[in-house]
Each structure stands twice: as structure tokens, then as C-alpha cells.
Design a protein around this ligand. Structure first.
Ligand code: GAP
Length: 512
């Protein structure tokens, strides 16, 4: 645990030191849970967004993009249920005056029980070695079974109480479990209350005529209200999807854990419109497809798991999260929701406009069902960044800090380094940059000894260093160094473009 906390602290300071993430308006002491992306952060974020967009829109003939506004007609949020039901159950500690999400306190408690089960499994794995049968152990070991049942009972009771809006029982559960304020250990709690998460604002010049608006809390509704516009203008046939990326805003009361939970964040969402009755088949399809997308980045299969929802949102008939092993444990990274026809029907009712599809094969009109995939771009950033940051022990006993970002996402793909600042080497390095920069984001670095420059680029996450030395002047060859293996190869300058394409190109990456 202490090791995890230590790693998380390193992630935050490294992100600042290398120009990835800064606190918002820092010169005024910052704004809680709001962050700015620096020169490298903006590139990494853009590359994650592009990787998602290409995979979802460019690679699927039946998925198209959209860029809807942040402001929407206020009735949108009545129809979607956000005015009524987009609430968090909050509880205050009377002694520390700190506010928490009651469901998160209970989930964290349940996760601790799960960790005990995981510890038992890890111990047994070590004891039995090769012959260990995990499935058999998990289904028969009395301690693991007891921990799992305890966890299950707690989560089911919480889900039932939240579903029934029985907030008194949520408080009773916190008290029965003896959950204390994580910061102070106090168990002196207030009642649990609901708190709406939408930010309100005003449109219009004078107070009398201004219209009350909300900043959108999800990008999905921009897709629903444009369903027919896109379907008709694009002559889309069911099944088809509409994807968009963009900012969303939530007045998160308990905004902790760096960019994991922010008040202003970016979502990458896709709504897939299907025939009624076929939604669960597509739900399974998208669960698998999205997990494979994550795995394609090579951050380790063991760092992902599905979590099927016990408590379904007001619009869903099935829902699961893809959870990632963040520095503070497994938490939601992406949601896959079977949203039924809830949203389109609600918008039909509130707008009085039909939002239906004429299915020529069935010869009938219907309101399509929807399967949604929804991922937070900032959360994805944190997953990639935290998993990539390593303190690596080298054979000579020294350590190096290396940010092993997937090369396809790295902000800068290659650094071009003249061995010395004279003898015409900088000029050759500049010529290489002038050629590569048409296709790749590359940088020039001539300060310090080349070994220190390698370390600097390792820590910044640059996958390749290209060194120009005196031999280059004789034979047009350079050294290309791989960040992860530290292997160095001699190649011709004329080959550099192809080498980088082979390693970083979207097509080659996906195919390999
Ligand atoms: N349209 C469905 C929807 O918005 P959600 O589970 O509330 O569902 C989807 O959000 C994703 O958005 C989450 O899985 C998470 O990655 C991201 N997300 C939600 N709230 C966030 C916040 N406050 N800060 C950063 N990312 C957030």
C-alpha cells in the first residue's frame, strides 16, 4: 500500500516536472480538482484521442463522428433524467467536517475485504508453485469463500438501498461496518443526503430574460438529440454508431486522486443504435471489443478486469465497467452500458418529435435500443501514464527513471542528438529533423553529454533517440537507440522514416 502511494506521488511530480500536467491557475494557488495539460500532456492526450477516434470511427464503416455543443436546451436534462436523478449520496463527518460519497466509503471497505482474499490467493500461489490451480482454490478455500461472501453481501445491500432511495439504510450500513473517516478515524457521521452534480449557468444579457442552462454532465445527450439528423443525412442503417469526444462537467464533491476525478474532464463516447431485442448481443460485442482496444496498448492484461454493475443507472438494463489497476487500486476506467430505448423515448416525449427508424427488412418503425461505450480521456491518460512510469535497476547497479509510454501515444517520437555542438554535426541533425517532422513530432537536443540526454529523453517518454556523430559525416549513418531495451543500432539516414513508420504507424501497430 505504502509502495502504491509512493508510486502515485511520483506520478504526480513526474507529470509536472516533464510538462505533462500542471494544477490549474497555479500562480493563484490552484483550483481544486481542475488541471491543465502542458506541452507533453497536450500531445499525449491528443494521441490517445486520435487512437480512440481511428479505432472507433475510421475503422468502422457504420460508425460516424459528431461534435455537439456543450450548451444544450435545458429540457434535454429533464428528459435524460439528470435533473431528477443525477445525484451522489453524500455524508459528512461531524468532527473533521470532511465530506465523502457514502457509496465510495462502502465500496472502499468492500475492496479491503477483497484484498484479503487476493492475499490468500497470492500466498497459496507462492506455496504451491507450478501445480497451483487458482479456480479450484478460489471455489474451495474457506477463508477466500468467506471474504468473497462478505464483500458480496455488503455491495448487494448497498445497491438495494440506493436503488430504493433508502438513504437511512446506507447510513446504517456505514455504522454497522464501523467505517471511519479515512483521514481522521472519526465515526461521527451526519445522515446521507443526495446532491445534484450538474453545474448551472445562465444564457442571456439581463437577469430577467436569461435562461437557466447546465454545462453538459455527459457528451451522450448531444448524440441522442442528433440521432435523426445523422441517420437521415448519412443514410445510416441500423446497426450504426455515433461517436464524439468532448468536455463534460460535474460538480464532484469528493474530487480526489489527481486527474482520476475532475470537475471539468473529457469523455470519448459512442452510442450504438440497434434493433430492440438485439441489445444484449451487441452489449457483449462491445465489452469484448473495448477490452481488446485497451489490450492493444500493451499495458498488461493483468491490469484490467470487468466489474458488472449491481446497481443499474436509471437508463440501463445491463452495465459493466472496465476497471484498471491505477496506483490506488482497481477503479473504473470505462463504462459499457445497454441503455435500452430510454433516452430516445424520453426525448420523443419531451420534444414531441418522433425519433424512430424505419427498418426496411422488418418493414416497421421503431425506437432503436442503444449500447454505449464511454471512457474518460483524462482517466485513460492517468492509466497510461502511471503504468508507464518505472524506476528501472540497470545491470551496472544504477537506476534510471523511464516513462515507457506506448510508442504510438508518446508525445515526441524521436530526439535527434548531435554528439557534439560543432564539426557540422548540429547541421546534419537539423536536416534530419527537417525531413522527419513532416510525419512525426521530433525534437532536437544538444545540451550535456549524450548519456545524460538519453536519460532525459527516457524520463520524458521519447521512444527513440537518433545520434549524429563523426562517422555520420563519412557514411550517412546514425545510431538509433530504443528507450525500452536501450539497444543501439547503426542505420542509414535514408532509412529513418521507414523505421519510425514501421514502429509507430497506426496500421502497423494494430496489425502487430
Ligand atoms: N454517458 C455515460 C456516462 O457518462 P459515466 O460512468 O458517468 O457514464 C463515463 O462516465 C466515464 O467518464 C467514466 O468511466 C470515467 O472514465 C469518466 N468520468 C466520469 N466522471 C469523471 C470525472 N469526474 N473525472 C474524470 N473522468 C470521469
Amino acid at each position: 500500500m505504502a509502495q502504491q502511494e509512493d508510486h502515485f506521488k511520483k506520478v504526480i511530480s513526474h507529470a509536472k516536472e516533464y510538462g505533462y500536467i500542471f494544477g490549474s491557475s497555479e500562480i493563484y494557488d490552484g483550483l481544486s480538482a481542475v488541471y491543465d495539460y502542458g506541452q507533453n500532456g497536450a500531445e499525449l492526450k491528443k494521441n490517445i484521442r486520435d487512437y480512440w477516434w481511428k479505432s472507433m470511427v475510421q475503422m468502422n464503416e457504420n460508425i460516424v463522428g459528431l461534435d455537439a455543443s456543450i450548451f444544450m436546451h435545458p429540457t434535454t436534462w429533464k428528459a435524460s433524467g439528470h435533473v431528477e436523478a443525477f445525484n451522489d449520496p453524500l455524508i459528512d463527518n461531524k468532527d473533521s467536517k470532511k465530506r465523502y460519497r457514502a457509496d465510495v466509503l462502502i465500496e472502499d471497505y468492500a475492496e479491503k475485504i477483497n484484498q484479503k482474499a487476493e492475499k490468500e490467493i497470492a500466498k497459496a500461489k507462492k506455496r504451491f508453485g507450478e501445480s497451483f490451480d487458482e479456480a479450484e482454490f478460489v471455489s474451495t478455500n474457506p477463508r477466500v469463500l468467506r471474504y468473497r461472501e462478505e464483500q458480496d453481501t455488503i455491495l448487494k445491500r448497498m445497491a438495494r438501498s440506493l436503488e430504493a432511495e433508502d438513504l437511512a439504510d446506507v447510513k446504517a450500513l456505514i455504522e454497522e461496518l464501523g467505517i471511519a473517516d479515512p483521514d481522521t478515524g472519526s465515526k461521527n457521521w451526519t445522515d446521507v443526503r443526495q446532491f445534484n452534480l450538474m453545474f448551472g449557468t445562465k444564457l442571456g444579457a439581463s437577469a430577467e430574460t436569461a435562461t437557466d442552462l447546465y454545462l453538459r454532465p455527459e457528451t451522450a445527450q448531444g448524440i441522442f438529440v442528433n440521432f435523426l439528423n445523422v441517420q437521415k443525412s448519412g443514410r445510416m442503417k441500423i446497426p450504426f454508431g455515433i461517436a464524439q469526444t468532448g468536455k463534460a462537467f460535474r460538480n464532484e464533491i469528493v474530487a480526489r486522486q489527481f486527474i482520476f476525478r475532475m470537475r471539468e474532464f473529457e469523455q470519448m463516447e459512442m452510442q450504438f443504435f440497434v434493433r430492440p431485442g438485439e441489445e444484449l448481443k451487441w452489449y457483449e460485442h462491445w465489452k469484448e471489443t473495448r477490452l481488446n482496444w485497451h489490450l492493444s496498448l500493451g499495458l498488461g492484461k493483468e491490469n484490467y478486469r470487468f466489474h458488472d454493475h449491481e446497481k443499474l443507472a436509471h437508463y440501463a438494463n445491463a452495465a459493466a465497467d472496465i476497471e484498471f489497476n491505477f496506483p490506488f487500486g482497481f477503479k473504473e476506467l470505462e463504462g459499457i452500458h445497454s441503455r435500452t430505448d430510454f433516452d430516445l423515448k424520453a426525448h420523443e416525449e419531451h420534444s414531441g418529435k418522433k425519433l424512430q427508424f424505419f427498418d426496411p427488412e422488418l418493414n416497421e418503425n421503431y425506437v432503436p435500443y442503444v449500447v454505449e461505450t464511454s471512457i474518460g480521456l483524462d482517466r485513460m491518460f492517468l492509466a497510461v501514464f502511471s503504468q508507464s512510469l518505472e524506476e528501472e535497476e540497470l545491470e551496472n547497479g544504477s537506476t534510471r527513471t523511464v516513462l515507457k509510454l506506448p510508442a504510438i501515444l508518446a508525445p515526441v517520437k524521436a530526439a535527434i542528438l548531435p554528439l557534439v555542438k560543432k564539426d557540422g554535426l548540429p547541421e546534419v541533425a537539423r536536416k534530419i529533423i527537417d525531413d522527419l517532422k513532416w510525419d512525426f513530432n521530433v525534437t532536437y537536443d544538444e545540451k550535456d553529454a549524450v548519456g545524460r540526454r538519453y536519460r532525459r529523453q527516457d524520463a520524458a517518454g521519447t521512444p527513440f533517440c537518433i545520434t549524429v556523430d563523426h562517422d555520420t559525416l563519412e557514411d550517412d549513418s546514425v545510431t538509433i537507440r530504443d528507450r525500452d531495451t536501450m539497444e543501439q543500432k547503426r542505420v542509414k539516414i535514408s532509412e529513418l522514416n521507414t523505421i519510425l513508420h514501421d514502429k509507430i504507424d497506426f496500421k502497423n501497430w494494430m496489425k502487430s
